[in-house]
Design a protein around this ligand. Structure first.
Ligand code: SF4
Length: 411
């Protein structure tokens, strides 16, 4: 389906009465949807039915996801004014889905100085950013306390900015380099100014898939341990999934089941963010191990299923304009999503994997797209405090040209 067909499809679902859609579903899907609407937790088998729903079953699932969103979080669509800073693209890990990493001898490898990073933060603050999102490659030459020192440097100059930084992979690497255990290491970063952690490096929480995607990367048990430790120390995190590559539907459901189980114990996730795999410049695609993910209906399945499966535990479902493009991301607001992500200001990891959605979305455009579907955009903090009445200076428009060699990280 092209974009117009997808928009029409979503609009038809929105306009149809629930009863009419439910009447056409299979009995098993109808039972699962009734459970979700009654706030009964879905079993993994029910989740699998909804994630793989097609035709009339998918339409009803999309409708129920939108109803659950309206009941649970209302009609406001939140966004954060933030800036991505990918402080280095030098990395030895070699994830097969990554088009961002460079070896240090490559001509476009970089490792930003503190001065460059502070300039970027200053620019972001001038444009109204409340958050700096920082991730980078795993640089073999990194000084052991680099992550802590980066936090101290930024916080000394900009004490108010929220720093959302360092994936579980970076936390694992930093802890190893400093020979600290996770509570000690995360506690040190927290004291140095770390506000929250991106729940990236999750990809698919299944070690058999991770072995192929990136055998050097943090394994499932370690990812769970680092995230749970952060939550226990009062450091919130996001949660993510990367879908549309070589995972099976059952592995997707198991992934969400792990996320849901952690949330039951810690309540530390602020949101869930499905991230579609961008294939173009990746080894995985070049080796013929994956096909380009189908655009549109797979995204609808993922967002609708996520809203319903996590219901009662994670109420913020974030769409990703970086992965989907602004227009398709706006459509997913009718399929369970209530958050439009951030302005980012610069984004290079997805861009370098072949993404074409650009590196910056101004606040005005977010408001326009949300308004077009009859909803209201509201700025939020990283931790979802609504900032009513605040208008970011310059509408968070760029006042300097984004540097494509310095932006975000794929996870
Ligand atoms: S995803 Fe991150 S850790 Fe993996 S190769 Fe790319 S930069 Fe390195």
């Amino acid at each position: 389906m092209n974009l117009e067909e997808l928009r029409r499809y979503a609009n038809e679902v929105e306009a149809a009465p629930l009863g009419a859609l439910m009447d056409k579903t299979s009995a098993a899907v109808r039972a699962a949807l009734k459970h979700a609407l009654a706030l009964q937790e879905l079993t993994p088998d029910e989740g699998l039915l909804l994630y793989t729903a097609q035709g009339d079953d998918l339409r009803a699932t999309m409708k129920c996801a939108d109803l659950a969103r309206a009941e649970d979080v209302g009609d406001e669509v939140t966004y954060v004014v933030n800036r991505n800073i990918n402080f280095t693209n030098i990395c030895f890990v070699g994830c097969q889905f990554c088009g961002f990493k460079r070896q240090k001898w490559e001509s476009d490898a970089y490792d930003h100085s503190d001065e460059v990073i502070l300039t970027k933060v200053r620019d972001a603050v001038a444009r109204g950013a409340t958050e700096i999102c920082m991730q980078g490659g795993i640089n073999p030459d990194m000084p052991p306390f680099k992550y802590r020192d980066l936090l101290v440097t930024i916080k000394a100059a900009f004490p108010e900015i929220h720093i959302h930084a360092f994936s579980p992979m970076e936390i694992m690497y930093g802890a190893r380099r400093t020979q600290m255990d996770y509570p000690e290491y995360i506690g040190m970063l927290h004291e140095a100014g770390l506000g929250s952690i991106p729940g990236t490096a999750a990809e698919i929480l299944d070690d058999s898939v991770r072995e192929v995607l990136s055998h050097k990367k943090v394994d499932v048990a370690t990812w769970v341990e680092i995230i749970s430790t952060a939550h226990a120390l009062g450091v919130p995190t996001t949660s993510t999934i990367m879908y549309g590559h070589m995972e099976s539907p059952r592995q997707v459901v198991n992934h969400l089941n792990i996320i849901r189980s952690i949330q039951k114990q810690t309540s530390g996730f602020t949101e869930f963010v499905p991230l579609r795999f961008i294939h173009e410049n990746t080894v995985l695609f070049r080796k013929g191990l994956v096909s380009p993910p189908p655009i549109g209906l797979l995204d609808f399945q993922m967002y609708a299923f996520s809203r319903l499966f996590l219901r009662g535990w994670i109420k913020n479902l974030q769409t990703s304009w970086v992965k989907l493009g602004v227009e398709l991301a706006a459509i997913t607001l009718k399929i369970g999503c209530n958050d439009f992500s951030g302005t980012l200001m610069e984004e290079s990891i997805t861009a370098q994997a072949g993404g074409t959605s650009g590196e910056f979305v101004p606040v005005d455009l977010i408001e326009e797209k949300v308004g077009e579907i009859g909803r209201v955009a509201v700025e939020r903090s990283t931790t979802y405090k609504k900032l009513y009445g605040r208008k970011a200076p310059n509408g968070a428009r760029p006042i300097s040209v984004p540097d494509r060699s310095a932006a975000s990280h794929p996870g």
